[in-house]
Design a protein around this ligand. Structure first.
Ligand code: FE2
Length: 189
């Protein structure tokens, strides 16, 4: 199936228009478009949930959604990393976005999505990484704990309570993993 089907086919929320235009401009492989669409859809669920459950926690939701929609964009230059391991797409994707005029605030996720335990990581970076794991039902306790710590610190809620709420959300999202994986696999690399 084509990039167009990956970006506009039914079942998932549309990508931010600016992200979709960049992917088209770069001739992104359909598999990459489908992956970004699935991760973005999960990021939308997380951001909506945060707005409802943690209205006092300040999160740049626009950045999270754009980041989810572009974090792997460097794979247009390193397509082997679409089906195998590799980190070359991370700095390359960041440079690509910056060269195309994307601001640091929105471009940074291309380099931070795999460096979430490093310095200078904000809650937005953690959320993009979280979406990039749980879309396929992958649970990473250390990552989830970092998110819980931020939510508890910013809301004043006990960490155990934030943990239970986040765990419940991630369980619900993980239940849709099969559908997302099928959508992604139906698109060529
Ligand atoms: Fe990804």
């Amino acid at each position: 199936m084509s990039l167009d089907s990956a970006l506009t086919g039914p079942g998932f929320r549309p990508l931010p228009e600016r992200a979709a235009v960049l992917l088209e401009q770069l001739g992104a492989p359909p598999r990459l478009g489908a992956h970004l669409r699935a991760v973005h859809d999960v990021a939308c669920e997380i951001v909506t949930w945060l707005g409802e459950r943690y209205p006092s926690v300040v999160v740049d939701g626009e950045a999270v959604l754009f980041g989810a929609a572009t974090h792997d964009i460097g794979k247009v230059r390193h397509p082997a990393e679409l089906s195998g391991p590799g980190a070359e797409h991370e700095p390359v994707g960041y440079a690509l976005l910056r060269d195309l005029g994307v601001e640091e605030r929105l471009a940074r996720f291309a380099r931070t999505h795999a460096a979430w335990d490093g310095p200078g990581i904000e809650i937005e970076d953690l959320l993009v990484t979280l979406a990039d794991k749980v879309w396929k039902a992958k649970r990473v306790p250390e990552l989830e704990q970092l998110v819980v710590d931020r939510l508890a610190a910013a809301s004043g809620e006990p960490a155990w309570e934030a943990f239970i709420k986040l765990d419940d959300l991630l369980d619900r999202i993980a239940a849709g993993a099969e559908e997302r994986l099928a959508f992604q696999t139906a698109h060529d690399v």
